[in-house]
Design a protein around this ligand. Structure first.
Ligand code: FES
Ligand SMILES: [Fe+2]
Length: 466
């Protein structure tokens, strides 16, 4: 039986050899899961919270990095956001089980040691029994390094890791587009559920796999959640923008740092029609789908090029998908929901896939909304997000069955022997005339492709073998 390092080396050499094949066991091998706990989760930047979730002093949320490192993100009485390990310094109990709340103090239920929301140890019952030798200042909560990227708070267990800015690298351009320059907020509480699947199955899909859309989601599209067409709001495609015969088109991004994503549409997006889109006004009716005045509002928050890319998304009703390595994804959809009140409103999803076990994943869904939108729009977009993407959301129901079945096969005895080809568009190089930024670090390819997925696996292998 091959060990985990042999399997990783095999994947590495197949990628380097020019014909990448993924061993099926990569999804749900127990050895790999344990190696991830040692080498992956303690080193990567991990999305913890959005600042709109903790607007007031004393607000906090409980989150995880990897399978079992529990982290509190709290806004202190001084207005500063901090993160701490959810570990009491006395005997190591996780002191909080509460998902979110507002508190000046955290009190551990075991022996009632008490900490301020700034992390200081401020209360020890029967203090005198500690013989005056215990220096309280040494036993505050253990801080987790955080960085705030335009409202998105990421944590890293490695104090020496590169900065978040470096970690994101040139991919920030695409991330900024998806997060609308930071002009978004979380609406409602994140929705959580657990699925019997490896976290890597959905991660591999989100951000990379536009290929599955017309097949896995065919039945859904046939009854309710069709990708919205311009005709649905009484518009024609702009001159020069054609429908793609028989499916989706678009571009896929792959960063050498493991990030990825794509812009996918029923309409063809080319350099030529992008030039035309530049000159076109945005029809009022588009603002049935997007928040009124969005482009104007984002001037100054996004660059000219980013605004053009957003306009392209709007005028071709494209789906924008972004995946930040390892397990964060953002998707902005224009889908027809069939329900009168909200049928044209975009839904905007942030998703974290948290491993709980090798074949168990907690799905965290955050519905995002544009900060600048009015309450009606926010509410409708939230409803759309729930309709599409919560535990019974019509898209997730299609998807999870695939990922559960993949996990089962991966965890079985055949896992090491079955190789999966990662060769969609293998022979096609990056698109050089794509008008959005691309470089050696972030490359752009035609959709559908395995390129973004491959970039993710490459980075994953690098980290696990380092
Ligand atoms: S373990 Fe927390 S007070 Fe003892
Ligand atoms: Fe899907």
């Amino acid at each position: 039986m091959k060990d985990v390092y042999e399997i990783l080396e095999e994947l590495k050499s197949s990628i380097e050899g020019g014909y990448p094949e993924l061993p099926l066991s990569m999804y749900a091998s127990r050895e790999l899961f344990e190696l991830e706990m040692k080498k992956l989760w303690p080193r990567v930047w991990h999305f913890l919270a959005h600042e709109s979730e903790i607007p007031n002093e004393g607000d906090y949320v409980l989150r995880y990095i990897g399978p079992n490192v529990s982290v509190i993100v709290a806004k202190g009485d001084d207005g500063k956001i901090r993160a701490f390990l959810n570990v009491c310094r006395h005997r190591g109990r996780a002191f909080s089980k509460v998902d979110r709340g507002n508190a000046s103090f955290f009190r551990c239920p075991y022996h009632f040691w008490t900490y301020s929301n700034k992390g200081d140890l401020v209360g020890i019952p029967q203090d005198e029994t500690f013989s005056n030798v215990l220096d309280r200042s040494k036993y505050g909560l253990i801080p987790v390094r955080i960085e705030n990227y335009k409202g998105f708070i990421f944590g890293n267990l490695d104090g020496k890791a590169e900065s978040l800015e470096n970690y994101l690298g040139e991919f920030k351009w695409y991330l900024d587009l998806a997060i609308r320059g930071g002009d978004v907020e979380v609406y409602g509480n994140p929705i959580r559920w657990v699925v019997n699947m490896s976290w890597k199955a959905p991660v591999d899909n989100f951000g990379s796999d536009s290929y599955h859309i017309p097949f896995t989601h065919r039945s859904t599209y046939s009854i309710s959640a069709n990708p919205l067409k311009l005709e649905d709001v009484g518009l024609q495609p702009p001159e020069g923008v054609k429908k793609v015969p028989g499916g989706f088109s678009g571009y896929q991004f792959a960063s050498a740092k493991g990030h990825g994503g794509g812009i996918t549409s029923l309409y063809d997006i080319t350099q030529e029609n992008l030039d035309k889109i530049k000159e076109l006004p945005v029809p009022e009716k588009i603002y049935q789908i997007y928040p009124p005045g969005l482009l104007e509002h984002l001037k100054g928050k996004l660059s000219e090029d980013q605004l053009l890319a957003l306009k392209m998304e709007m005028l071709t009703l494209a789906i924008t998908r972004i995946r930040v390595f390892p397990n964060l994804a953002l998707i902005v959809h224009s889908l027809f929901s069939g329900e009168e009140r909200q049928k044209y409103v975009q839904d905007y999803l942030l998703r974290v896939w948290r491993p709980v076990d090798v074949d168990k994943t907690e799905v965290l869904t955050y519905c995002l909304v544009p900060k600048s939108a009015n309450e009606d729009y926010k509410r409708a977009s939230y409803r759309q997000c729930i309709f599409m993407q919560d535990a019974s959301g019509i898209l997730d129901v299609d998807d999870v069955e695939n990922w559960i079945m993949q996990t089962r096969m991966s965890a079985s005895v055949i896992g090491n022997n079955v190789k999966l080809p990662m060769v969609q568009r293998l022979k096609e190089g990056p698109v050089e005339d794509f008008p959005l930024p691309h470089s050696k670090e972030v490359q752009v390819f035609r959709e559908p492709a395995d390129k973004s997925s491959l970039a993710w696996w490459k980075r994953y292998v690098e980290i696990l073998l380092s």
